[in-house]
Design a protein around this ligand. Structure first.
Ligand code: NAD
Length: 443
């Protein structure tokens, strides 16, 4: 069986890979277990040195990798180049940070806390940032002495394949293996002898993984979906808030876990805010990865595109006003869309839309906005615009792992973390890196 990877801008084949046979998954994990015995005993500096050589080679191949990433996933070439270089250069920084995190610690009384590898980590990743999301989990797993069996998304197997090929010119055999397929191959990995699953993807898949992993109490890191709210207080800099609302809703064609999905604006400034949002959004251009002026690429596949259109239609049927786009979309794309007066019972209030849509509702009292912002199962990111002190005060009342004040949520060196059903465990930061290790208290 094969996966034919399609260019989401035109549906043309980019290339293909063979699907890993389900029976082979556990033998590959066994290879990883054997390799881990040697890899885990290496000095951490040696592991980092091999990875660094790999990252240098990735950098040398950045042009070809970025083009393949664009062809397969659809984002424009500048963004793809940023993602490739971010993995190569950010990966080196990340590796050094992990080294610091896993140093043994001597406690008073002669007891030592050691950070030991788990064994084999199954890394399962999505298609929206096909390299970055995988790299963020693969690097801490490998540096802390685990080996990895990596299952990329079935939408983006080719870029993952090339990336792994480059790193494997430097890593010992069995340290980083790749398997291909959809859900069933992911399930086989979860049910294999891996010690840990580090997963980034949807909430539904995350729940299934938790259930299956419970049989042998596998360690888990789950970075799941979001439905991020943005609250715009009446003392916001309206221009900055409007620009952020559009940029964050449209980033990566809206296919970003922390993209803004719901905007709540104080009615006192709503007229001018909404007008600016529409004017700014109107300037965004849809198109394929190599169109020089493109801001919004294609939607990854037909199913996802149908979902975005269904969410727009649902909101309008329930009384929302369509202020821009929203209908007559060309094949493979969604026009930049702005909706106002989105009612609380619209699907996009409670579910992740994952498309280039700014959805705005007004509020009279901040309490209402906080209640609506917190009223979903999700809790990944959130954003508040307003005067620093008021925005912080409101931000502290939002149930989200990462709350951005007058800017996007999350920071490079901080934990990347979801609250409620948007995550379980987390990566990033000293505490996040340590989740890739088993603590041993010695003495
Ligand atoms: P998805 O859950 O459909 O698939 C993700 C990966 O999991 C794929 O490799 C898929 O084959 C595999 N998979 C699916 N079901 C599985 C199962 N039951 N067991 C094992 N593996 C399984 O998600 P997607 O459509 O690829 O990605 C988009 C989703 O990812 C969105 O919900 C987005 O918010 C989320 N995401 C979250 C973050 C974060 O940091 N929190 C980052 C990026 C994307």
């Amino acid at each position: 069986m094969e996966i034919v990877s399609l260019n989401p801008s035109n549906g043309m084949a980019v290339g293909k890979v063979g699907v890993t046979a389900l029976d082979d998954v556990s033998s590959l994990v066994d290879v990883g277990i054997e390799a881990q015995a040697r890899w885990g005993r290496m000095r951490v500096d040696e592991r980092i040195s091999l990875l660094t050589k790999g990252f240098y080679a990735v950098e040398q191949s950045a042009d070809e990798l970025a083009k393949l990433l664009s062809l397969e996933m659809g984002k424009d070439i500048r963004r793809s180049m940023g993602e490739v270089m971010g993995c190569a250069q950010g990966g080196q920084y990340l590796a050094a940070e992990v080294k610091e995190a896993i140093q043994s610690e001597k406690l008073p009384g002669g007891v030592t806390v050691e950070y030991c590898p788990h064994g084999v980590v199954g890394v399962i990743s999505p298609w929206n940032y096909p390299l970055a999301m995988a790299n963020n989990l693969i690097v801490p797993a490998l540096v802390s002495g685990n080996t990895v069996v990596f299952k990329p998304s079935e939408e983006t197997p080719l870029i993952a394949q090339d990336y792994v090929k480059i790193l494997n010119q430097f890593l010992p055999e069995g340290v980083l293996q790749i398997i291909y397929g959809g859900k069933d191959v992911g399930v086989a990995l979860v049910e294999s002898n891996v010690s840990m699953i580090a997963f980034t993807g949807s909430m539904a898949a995350g729940k299934d993984i938790m259930r299956r992993a419970s049989g042998s109490v596998k360690r888990l890191i789950m970075e799941l979906g979001g439905n991020d709210p943005m609250i715009v207080l009446d003392d916001s800099v309206v221009e900055a808030a409007a620009r952020f609302a559009v940029a964050s809703s449209f980033e990566n064609a809206g296919q970003m876990c922390t993209s803004t999905e719901r905007v709540y604006v104080d009615e006192k400034i709503a007229d001018v805010f909404e007008e600016r949002v529409v004017e700014i959004a109107r300037q965004y251009k849809i198109g394929p990865w190599d169109m020089p002026t493109v801001n919004i690429g294609p939607i990854i596949n037909e199913k996802q595109r149908d979902k975005v259109i269904a969410h727009i239609q649902d909101a309008v049927e329930k009384g929302a006003k369509l202020r821009l786009g929203g209908e007559d979309h060309p094949d493979h794309f969604i026009r930049p869309t702005v909706i106002t007066e989105t009612p609380p019972d619209a699907l996009m209030e409670s579910e992740e839309t994952f498309g280039p849509v700014v959805s705005i509702s007004r509020f009279e009292r901040v309490e209402e906005a906080i209640q609506r912002a917190n009223g979903t199962e999700y809790g990944l990111g959130a954003v508040v615009f307003g005067s620093e002190s008021r925005a912080r005060e409101v931000g502290r009342r939002l149930i989200a792992g990462m709350v951005g004040i007058n800017g996007g949520p999350g920071a490079g060196h901080a934990p990347w973390v979801g609250a409620k059903q948007s995550g379980f465990g987390y990566h990033g930061s000293i505490a996040g890196h340590r989740q890739f290790t088993q603590l041993r208290v010695l003495g």
